[in-house]
Design a protein around this ligand. Structure first.
Ligand code: AMP
Length: 422
């Protein structure tokens, strides 16, 4: 079964084609600047590493998707004989609100549900919807599945998801903690259980997704118990340009100084975090380099992130009544060798016996604590696309019309084989 995984932003489209037979990545790519001057596509055919890298005009997502589909069947850069080999498309959707606790097969009702929660993700959900509608336009018979960043966290209890503001704001305005990066936290926690060789239902895992955007999750018995991102992805630890948690009085003070909602939004999401504190960059590598040159602000920005990650590890271990494993993932988590060592320093009291030698890896799945460490620490590269492809396969195989289509395909294949044999 071949599945096209799509992640549509307002002007971008990331895609992967996955063959679920062996979970092999066949092709991947990125379209940027959709609807703007200088739109561009980078496409890679994984086997043979053929690359297509050109400026192409894409007025809307529909033209971009059409082009991607042409690439997939192209003689040189393609990986499919024809588009009928595609079984489904799986779409990343940022916000599913409270209604989507699971991934879903796209129906008009599901699309309506995604539209309904758009006020919670005004930039992301419309872009995600554009991607789905573009696929529906170009390949009307292809089943579509949506996988939400928020659904994994829908298991959080009210004690984790409510804010200490009047309850009516939750009831009327749906103001609560939602949490994000759910697909990543789910993937790495499941993979961690596999690596430990234990049922996830017996484990307490802290997953640290640390990249440009960062969030940490307490995964107890396979379910999200708490997570650092909240109503929006601005909350939690400091990030590349996002502030992380701040006292609401700080925002009230900014408002009383004359900053309006848009300006405060820009400050908290685009000008804060590593960039805002260091004044150097939002990229941890640049901040680390500046810190080495004795730039105090850069050193402090880096240390804030280390301190906050450590603090949440402690908090979530307490919240779960202990911890069996800690997982690092995403850009910083997978590559930040010095960073990981600093986070795990002084965590012996918790049962972490760190192994500096094992830790000398980037982007590889590896145990970075000692084998006999009571709390195991892993680096597990995240794979959200694979998670989306798996959910898509599960839902499509479970749906009646899709089953029919799959059966039709198998019969067609058999007939073709028989004809060939004759
Ligand atoms: P992501 O958003 O997951 O792509 O992560 C991007 C971030 O990973 C960058 O902004 C860098 O701060 C960080 N990163 C990538 N490589 C390294 C590295 N070798 N050391 C520290 N941080 C890194």
């Amino acid at each position: 079964m071949k599945i096209l995984v799509l992640n549509c932003g307002s002007s971008s489209l990331k895609y992967q084609l996955v063959d679920m037979d062996g979970e092999k990545l066949l092709a991947k790519g990125l379209v940027e600047r959709i609807g703007m001057a200088g739109s561009h596509i980078k496409h890679t055919k994984v086997a043979g590493k053929e690359k297509f890298d050109k400026d192409v005009s894409f007025p809307t997502h529909t033209e971009a998707i059409k082009f991607v589909l042409d690439m997939l069947v192209d003689k040189k850069f393609g990986v499919l004989k024809n588009l009928s080999e595609l079984s489904a498309a799986g779409h990343r959707v940022v916000h599913g609100g409270e209604d989507f606790t699971e991934s879903a097969l796209v129906t008009p009702k599901v699309l309506e549900g995604i539209r309904k929660v758009t006020p919670l993700a005004p930039l992301h959900n419309p872009a995600n919807l554009q991607g789905i509608e573009a696929v529906q336009k170009v390949l009307p018979d292809l089943p579509n599945v949506v996988v939400f960043d928020t659904s994994f966290h829908q298991t959080m209890p009210a004690t984790s998801y409510l804010y200490g503001i009047p309850y009516e704001f939750y009831k009327k305005e749906k103001i609560r903690r939602y949490g994000f990066h759910g697909t990543s936290h789910k993937y790495v926690s499941q993979r961690c259980a596999e690596l430990l060789g234990k049922p996830i239902k017996e484990l307490r895992i802290i997953t640290c997704h640390l990249g440009n955007g960062s969030s940490i999750t307490a995964v107890k018995k396979g379910k999200s118990l708490d997570t650092t991102m909240g109503y929006s992805p601005t909350a939690g630890v400091i990030m590349g340009t996002r502030s992380g948690d701040v006292d609401p009085a700080v925002l009230i003070q900014l408002a009383s100084l004359g900053y309006d909602a848009d300006k405060i939004n820009e400050i908290c999401n685009k000008k804060s975090g590593l960039l805002g504190i260091s004044g150097v960059s939002s990229d941890l590598r640049d901040v680390e380099e500046a810190a080495e040159d004795n730039n105090w602000r850069a050193e402090t920005a880096q240390n804030m992130l280390i301190y906050e990650v450590k603090k949440y590890i402690g908090a979530y271990a307490a919240a779960m009544g202990g911890v069996d494993a800690i997982v690092f993932t995403a850009g910083i988590g997978e590559n930040g060798i010095a960073f990981r060592e600093k986070v795990c320093k002084d965590l012996e009291f918790l049962g972490v016996k760190f192994d500096k030698n094992n830790n000398k890896v980037r982007g590889e799945e590896v145990l970075i604590s000692k084998k006999r460490s009571p709390v195991k620490v892993f680096v597990i590269p995240t794979n959200e696309e694979l998670m989306i492809a798996r959910d898509t396969q599960r839902l499509v195989l479970g749906s009646a019309p899709a089953k029919k289509a799959a059966a039709k395909k198998t019969t067609a294949k058999r007939t073709a084989k028989k004809t060939a044999a004759k």
